[in-house]
Ligand binder design. Structure first.
Ligand code: FES
Ligand SMILES: [Fe+2]
Length: 372
């Protein structure tokens, strides 16, 4: 088998963004009643808001009449009035309620007109939006359907825990954002610090992987001695009792669970395509570590923010090279998770195209080895 795969072969442009999934739109607390927010998700312009009872809504940010962004409109807490000709839409459903230019004898059935409306839901401190496939038609009669899958959640292992989140914009395609996230070989070079690890700490590692629906799992293992979880958790527990499990699941989800006796730390990191060449990374963590440390949460957030900033800066520099569309290669074994990602994405798209069950590219457990 060819150990170095040509990345561009696995990189069809039109397959870059996966529709038909829930995506994190923004931190819930930032979306307050009485105001509108505009965002882009998968190159789709959205206007977001909350009604007086706090219920969120997401509408396609182009009026079904003549395309004026609804985010320029007037919002009264129930209805959104377009700034161009004053059509009014019920925000939660997108249904048209009023067209000022109609005379009483003009028979247009306005309740059959909808602004494009997207299912949305608050979960784990974020507002999630379901981006359907195919997208709601631009103009016309599109009531939002019920999403076929539930919103992803950060798992918990007890009643009492704290929660924190971090977010960063990356000047990278969602694919580069994701394979950057699952790449074990950059650690000693990008995340170098005196309190952490150095080039000298590089050593050989082996990890077992197994297929899971729409993704793969790095099976439960003791974190390597130069990794962050290990260094934090050995303060708590006998190091042999520490286990980490990492799952990657399409379209963009990385779950990491670390357990050490009664203590646990669970996170869900997502890489959300904003446009074809920009993405956003959001990490939400729930944990019961540091219960006795007054500034524990802040300390944890500080370290993670530093870590994420190192990744962000690296991808910013990488984008300078990528804009020339160079030939790239993925090598075994360190880039094998990245290869699986592209293969799983392709298998998913192929199953959708053909209407058949997805054929998972991994047929059994695999052991990978690399130095990092
Ligand atoms: S464009 Fe919105 S009412 Fe005409
Ligand atoms: Fe990193």
């Amino acid at each position: 088998m060819n150990a170095a795969a040509n990345l561009s072969q696995h990189h069809p442009l039109d397959a870059l963004m996966l529709f038909g999934f829930w995506y994190r739109a923004m931190p819930s607390a930032k979306l307050t009643p009485n105001r509108l927010d505009k965002i882009t998700l998968l190159e789709t312009p959205l206007v977001l808001g909350r009604d007086a009872r706090g219920r969120p809504f997401a509408l396609y940010d182009a009026c079904p009449h003549r395309g004026m962004p609804l985010s320029y409109g007037r919002w009264d807490g129930t209805e959104l009035e377009c700034s161009y000709h004053g059509w009014k839409f019920e925000a939660l459903s997108g249904q048209c309620r009023h067209i000022p230019s109609l005379t009483s004898d003009q028979p247009l059935k306005i309740d059959r007109i909808y602004a494009g409306s997207y299912a949305c839901q608050d979960e784990d401190g974020y507002l999630w939006v379901f981006v359907p496939d195919p997208p709601p038609a631009g103009a016309g009669f599109t009531k939002a359907g019920e999403p076929p899958i539930p919103v992803p959640r950060v798992p918990t292992f007890g009643e009492k825990f704290k929660m924190a989140y971090l977010t960063a914009d990356l000047p990278a395609t969602v694919d580069h954002g994701i394979i950057g996230l699952m790449d074990p070989a950059h650690g000693p070079f990008v995340h170098r610090a005196w309190w952490w690890r150095t080039r000298k700490s590089i050593h050989q590692k082996q990890k077992d992987f197994e297929p899971i629906p729409l993704g793969f799992r790095m099976s439960a293992h003791t974190p390597s001695s130069n990794s962050a979880p290990y260094k934090l958790l050995r303060l708590y527990a006998d190091t042999d009792s520490i286990t980490t499990t990492i799952d990657f699941v399409l379209p963009n989800q990385r779950y990491e669970t670390i357990r050490a006796g009664p203590y646990w730390f669970a996170s869900l990191t997502t890489v959300t395509p904003v446009t074809r060449d920009r993405c956003r990374i959001d990490v939400v963590a729930k944990y019961n570590v540091f219960p006795w440390l007054p500034f524990g949460s802040r300390l944890l957030k500080f370290f993670f923010a530093k870590f994420l900033e190192q990744d962000r800066r690296t991808m910013e520099k990488q984008s300078e090279g990528l804009k020339y569309k160079p030939h790239l290669m993925l090598i075994d074994d360190a880039d094998r998770p990245a290869k699986w990602y592209f293969q799983i994405k392709e298998a998913y798209l192929e199953a959708k195209r053909s209407g058949t069950a997805m054929r998972h590219p991994m047929t059994s457990a695999v052991r990978l080895q690399w130095r990092s």
